[in-house]
Write a new protein. Structure first.
Length: 270
């Protein structure tokens, strides 16, 4: 039998261990930071069904193991991939709660560096920490824009981090400094005229997560494979307490920004 491939991630938060546990096991909490909708029973023998409506898929996680409120193993069958295992372990080391996550799956046909899984979990756990420490228990309104495109991760990242590249598609000229490392503050004026400021929450090999204080939420600058030899650009985010109408306005402006990013990338590869 071929060995599985695993992604291991760790998150530290000032939130209590019980809050971290509930964020992963309570369907209402899961929909406030991870998926769009969650249903099911979080006990051994039960199933947690997590739906990402805008991506158009649902993952059915069977609860295989559970130890108190500190460890849980979820298993799911992913078409074209096989059985996938997600192990979550929570421990307290004052002043932090530490979450360790291990996702194991059969060996893939493409290198992990190209699959987007590692970056995806890094972004997700940064969102979880932001939610736990600022907006726990609050409902959100989300916005989403996605577009297939041809690009390399190396060629894309300057458009997510460099001022002169961000000005080509997202921000007004002279309004933004370089997006630094996670934990650093930032401020910019979007092409739509609204201000976005906060903290850089995560920077991976090909994605960036920004806390957006003005809407009490966040914005993801995402990229990932959609199939053999194909990739997509995605702008996705949420605001806690944000009205549906306001979320729709932001979504429309981000769709327009994504078209500009597509054009800027195309010009850069000529």
């Amino acid at each position: 039998m071929l060995p599985s491939q695993a992604v291991r991630k760790e998150m530290r938060t000032t939130a209590g261990a019980d809050l971290v546990w509930e964020a992963w096991t309570d369907p209402d909490r899961l929909s406030q930071w991870f998926c769009d909708q969650a249903t099911g029973w979080p006990g051994v023998g039960g199933t947690l069904n997590m739906t990402w409506e805008r991506f158009g898929f649902t993952v059915h996680y069977d609860v295989a193991e559970m130890e108190g409120r500190k460890r849980m193993v979820l298993k799911s069958w992913i078409p074209g991939v096989g059985t996938q295992s997600l192990e979550l372990e929570i421990r307290r080391r004052a002043p932090y709660t530490i979450l360790q996550l291990v996702e194991s799956s059969p060996p893939g046909k493409i290198p992990e560096s190209e699959s987007g899984v590692e970056s995806g979990w890094e972004m997700a756990l940064a969102i979880l920490r932001h939610y736990l420490e600022n907006y726990y228990g609050q409902d959100r309104s989300s916005f989403f824009a996605m577009l297939p495109a041809e690009f390399t991760y190396e060629g894309l990242m300057p458009f997510f981090t460099r001022p002169e590249k961000l000005e080509l598609w997202l921000t007004r000229p002279g309004s933004v400094t370089e997006m630094g490392s996670a934990g650093e503050p930032f401020r910019c004026i979007l092409d739509s005229g609204e201000t976005m400021s906060g903290t850089v929450l995560a920077v991976t090999r090909h994605e960036v997560l920004l806390g957006w204080d003005e809407i009490r939420g966040f914005l993801e600058l995402k990229s990932f494979p959609t199939g053999p030899g194909t990739r997509a650009l995605c702008l996705r985010g949420s605001g806690y307490g944000l009205s549906a109408d306001r979320a729709a306005q932001i979504e429309q402006s981000l769709k327009e920004a994504l078209v500009r990013l597509f054009a800027a990338l195309a010009r850069s590869y000529r």
